[in-house]
Design a protein around this ligand. Structure first.
Ligand SMILES: [Zn+2]
Length: 345
C-alpha cells in the first residue's frame, strides 16, 4: 500500500490538502469513516473480528482481490436500514468536505442491501439525504450494478434505479465486483437500456482481468468511462485508442497496490498513461478500506513517481473534463478549481 513511510522526493502535502479536488471513482460503502462504521457495528451487536475501533484498520488488509471482496461483503452486513445509509452518507460527505473535495461522482451498490429487505428506492433516497446535508461538497451518484448478480439481476436493479434517479441524483451506472469471473459482454443489453433511460455509463475493466475486458467495455458496453483500466497498458493498440478518443480512465493506484492488482507503485501505468495523452484522473476507490485519501494519493505520485505540481493540476483538470456534469456546470467547476487561491501557490 502507498504510504508516507516511503517518501523519496519532497512533497508539499499541505498544498495538496488545500487544493480543491474532484474525485470520480469512489465507492460510498468503501468510504465510510471508521468511526461511523464502528457505530453501526455496535448498533448490530458487535463482531468478534473487530473488538474495538482501532482494530478496524488492522482488519482492512488483503492478501488478494478475493479477500478484499470477502471483507467488503462482511462490512455490508452492517448496512441494513435506511437510517444507516443516511448516517453514512452524511459522514462520508463531511469527510470529503474536510479533504476539500468539492465535487464527486460516487458509486453505491443497491444490490448489496437487498438481503435486509431495503428497497433500492429507500436506500437511494436515504443516501441522498445524508450526502446533501453537507453543503460544501456535491456528490452525484452512480449505481453500481455489481456484475456478480449477472445481467438479469443487473437489469432489474437498473429499472429500480431509474425510477428514483431524478430524486436521488443518480446520473449513471457502472459494474464493479468480481471482474475475473464476470466479463463485460453479457451486460451489453443492460448498458443499452441505461442509455435509453438517460443514464451515463462507466465500467470497471482492466483491474484484475486483462486488456480484453477494457476492449469489451468499449465495444460491447460502449462505456463512457473506464474504471481502473491499468491492464490496458499490456496492449499498445488499446493505449493508443484510449488516448485518441480521450476516453476517460479513472486510475486508483493505491487501491491497486492494496488489492495486489499492481505489484508496486513504480510498475503502475498512471505515469505512462498521462505521458501517452490519456484522459486519466486519480481516485481512491475505497479509501476507508485501504487507508487512503486523495491528497495522499497525489502525494505518493509526487514523491515516488516524480509527478510535478503541474501534473497534479492536470490530473485534477482531467477529472473535471471526465465528469458527467452538463457542459456549463463543468465550466463552472473548472473555474472554481483554477480560481482558487491554492491553485497557483
Ligand atoms: Zn472501484
Amino acid at each position: 500500500m502507498a504510504s508516507d513511510d516511503n517518501v523519496d522526493l519532497p512533497v508539499r502535502r499541505d498544498w495538496l490538502e488545500r487544493l480543491p479536488k474532484v474525485e470520480l471513482h469512489l465507492h460510498l460503502e468503501g468510504a465510510i469513516p471508521h468511526a461511523a462504521l464502528w457505530e453501526l457495528i455496535c448498533k448490530y451487536g458487535g463482531d468478534p473480528r473487530v473488538p474495538d475501533l482501532d482494530s478496524l484498520r488492522g482488519n482492512f488488509v488483503y492478501r488478494d482481490f478475493p479477500e478484499f471482496i470477502d471483507k467488503w461483503l462482511w462490512k455490508q452486513g452492517f448496512l441494513r436500514e435506511a437510517a444507516d445509509f443516511e448516517s453514512i452518507g452524511a459522514a462520508i460527505a463531511a469527510d470529503l468536505a474536510r479533504q476539500r473535495i468539492v465535487y464527486a461522482e460516487a458509486f453505491y451498490s443497491p444490490w448489496d442491501a437487498r438481503g435486509f429487505g431495503l428497497s433500492t428506492r429507500e436506500m437511494s433516497l436515504a443516501l441522498r439525504r445524508g450526502l446533501s446535508s453537507v453543503a460544501e461538497v456535491e456528490v452525484a451518484l452512480i449505481a453500481d450494478l455489481v456484475r456478480d448478480q449477472g445481467p438479469v439481476g443487473a437489469g432489474i436493479t437498473l429499472e429500480e434505479v431509474a425510477q428514483v434517479a431524478g430524486e436521488a441524483g443518480v446520473i449513471g451506472i457502472g459494474i464493479g465486483g468480481s471482474e475475473q469471473l464476470f466479463p463485460p459482454e453479457p451486460f451489453a443489453a443492460v448498458y443499452a437500456r441505461a442509455r435509453e433511460l438517460g443514464l451515463r455509463t462507466t465500467a470497471h475493466a482492466g483491474e484484475v482481468a486483462g486488456p480484453e475486458s477494457v476492449w469489451g467495455a468499449i465495444r460491447a458496453l460502449r462505456a463512457d468511462r473506464i474504471d481502473h483500466g491499468l491492464r490496458a497498458v499490456e496492449d499498445p493498440a488499446l493505449v493508443t485508442y484510449l488516448a485518441e478518443r480521450r476516453l476517460p480512465v479513472t486510475a486508483c493506484p493505491g487501491s491497486n497496490l492494496a488489492t495486489g492488482a499492481a505489484a508496486s507503485l513504480e510498475s503502475h501505468p498512471i505515469r505512462r498513461f498521462l505521458d501517452a495523452g490519456l484522459l486519466v484522473s486519480v481516485s481512491t476507490d475505497d479509501p476507508a478500506m485501504f487507508g487512503l485519501s486523495l491528497a495522499g494519493e497525489l502525494a505518493s505520485l509526487q514523491s515516488r513517481l516524480g509527478f510535478t505540481d503541474g501534473d497534479v493540476r492536470t490530473l485534477l483538470l482531467n477529472a473535471v473534463e471526465s465528469c458527467w456534469l452538463p457542459e456549463e456546470r463543468r465550466s463552472d467547476l473548472r473555474a472554481r478549481l483554477v480560481g482558487d487561491p491554492a491553485w497557483t501557490e
